[in-house]
Design a protein around this ligand. Structure first.
Ligand SMILES: [Zn+2]
Length: 63
């Protein structure tokens, strides 16, 4: 998992850092880095997932 700041707020603890799945993980879940709450119900998920895709693209270009 990658720990990143997405500019979102966790609904549970208010944290701004989230764990994103890496290229090698099948899961697409975005989880709070602090309390591990799933972020998948959030209205900002689409923005979060676009950040995931950018992260994945960046990682792919490095690899
Ligand atoms: Zn949290």
């Amino acid at each position: 998992m990658l720990k990143v700041t997405l500019g979102l707020r966790c609904n549970v603890c208010g944290g701004e850092r989230f764990l994103l799945p890496t290229l090698h993980e099948a899961s697409e879940d975005v989880r709070c880095a602090d309390c591990s709450a799933f972020k998948c119900k959030n209205d900002d998920l689409e923005r979060a997932m676009s950040a995931v895709q950018r992260q994945k693209a960046a990682m792919a270009s490095v690899a």
